[in-house]
Design a protein around this ligand. Structure first.
Ligand code: PLP
Length: 423
């Protein structure tokens, strides 16, 4: 038996209290799109383990890639050494991402890849003789991770910046984008961010944003034209653009990368979550030749970062297998089918009492309630119906694995419909 009492007494879970611990459910194994409770009940994982599991669990191709790599070399330091899995992965990343992105830095988690992106931007401006360009401009409702550098770019209210005020760098925040996905973007929609860039560009290193989908900060989908305009403003005022595709990368929004909706390329790009198909922790930060050359001709002459587990061969090998599996599949069709089905099956909730909005984009379905939901009750009801979701605040949403079958998706949306209309 899993020792839940020990867990309750001693183990932090994400954003949890140890005085009033939230319920945690014991999971014994996972297979396909289901996670299995210790008592044997299977739950369809509508969260893809925090948006990372693309092909489901216990995938033979991913297991084989790890097994093969493990027998050759599970890890080796990346300082002064290199290996095939890392080279193969970086070749793939350079080939798949927008063309100007040519250089890759591998790290262990999404937050660290954001730290790396910020450092790249600062070192770049330092080497250009403009060390005063050291501030970042982020968007309200944005989320970029939990470490200090990343946290300082998260929404100041939901990120509770005041708790850390003495240690956090003070950045600038533009209003969250208002035009929705599919809507045009008018001058007035970018007036706020334009003014901030105009007035502060001399101290601005970069704009950092999540392209098209603001994830953990509100599950909002915004107009590609907004992103185009921000790219143009960055060019006009000589500010770098960091696109955080940790949540959107590898197909989630219907394009391989969300930047493609706007046909723009950032100067720096972060990838994580989906990179290994949810199997091991790995992240990457890509940058252009211009940024890399700037960094390497600067005072330090090197890029000042180097994690112990950088380029872990097991993680790279499974990332390679994950990307191969994705590209071999008809992922575009799968995502558009999932989008259509989510749209159809969540539509009835639009008129349900207490529901403020229902929206879908790619393999993301969001129900926004008027009031914050009672997580515990809702989760219990969903679990009874064989579904795992983790709502936050007013948002009840799903980002299912791409391999979910139409029947399984119907079970998932059915559970959402029943649970939310009886709240
Ligand atoms: C999850 C997430 C991060 C942080 O990644 P971790 O692996 O949790 O450190 C950063 N940016 C975005 C957009 C994310 O969704």
């Amino acid at each position: 038996m899993i020792d839940l009492e020990f867990d309750k007494q001693h183990i932090w879970h994400p954003y949890s209290s140890l005085i009033n611990p939230p319920p945690v459910y014991p999971i014994a194994r996972a297979e396909g799109v289901r996670i299995y409770l210790e008592d044997g009940r299977g739950l369809i994982d509508g969260m893809s383990s925090w948006w990372s599991t693309l092909h489901g669990y216990n995938v033979p191709e991913l297991n084989a890639a790890m097994q093969n790599q493990m027998e050759k070399m599970s890890h080796v330091m990346f300082g002064g050494l290199t290996h095939e899995p890392a080279i193969e992965l970086c070749k793939k990343l350079v080939a798949l991402t927008p063309e100007p992105l040519q250089k890759v830095f591998l790290s262990d988690s999404g937050s660290v890849s954001v730290e790396v992106a910020i450092k790249m931007a600062l070192q770049y401006w330092h080497s250009q003789g403009k060390p005063e360009k050291s501030k970042l401009l982020a968007l309200r409702n944005g989320y970029h991770g939990d470490t200090f550098g990343a946290m300082a770019t998260c929404d100041p209210v939901t990120g509770m910046h005041h708790l850390f005020a003495k240690m956090l760098p003070q950045h600038l925040f533009a209003p969250a984008p208002t035009p929705k996905f599919g809507e045009p973007c008018a001058d007035s929609d970018t007036a706020g961010i334009q003014q901030l860039i105009e007035q502060n560009h001399e101290s601005l290193a970069a704009v950092i944003l999540e392209p098209i989908v603001q994830g953990a900060g509100g599950m909002r989908f915004y107009s590609p034209e907004y992103l185009q305009r921000v790219r143009a403003l960055c060019d006009q005022y000589d500010v770098l653009l960091i696109a955080d595709e940790i949540a959107t990368g590898f197909g989630r929004t219907g394009k391989l990368f969300a930047c493609e909706h706007a046909e723009i390329s950032p100067d720096i790009l972060t990838l994580g979550k989906t990179l290994t198909g949810g199997v091991l922790t790995l992240a990457a930060t890509l940058c252009t030749d211009k940024v890399a050359n700037g960094i390497c001709t600067g005072e330090a002459g090197v890029f000042m970062h180097g994690p112990t587990f950088m380029g872990n061969p097991m993680a790279c090998a499974v990332a390679n297998a994950n990307i191969d599996l994705l590209l071999k599949s008809d992922w575009k069709l799968r995502i558009s089918d999932i989008e259509q089905q989510l749209q159809n099956e969540l539509a009835p909730l639009k008129n349900a009492p207490g529901v403020a909005d229902v929206r879908t984009l790619g393999a993301i379905g969001v129900v926004e309630m008027q009031q914050p939901v009672d997580n515990k009750t809702l989760q219990e009801s969903l679990i009874e119906q064989g579904v795992w979701l983790r709502p936050f605040g007013k948002l009840v949403y799903t980002m299912p694995p791409y391999v979910i079958s139409p029947e399984e998706l119907t079970q998932l949306t059915g559970a959402m419909n029943r649970s939310l209309s009886t709240l």
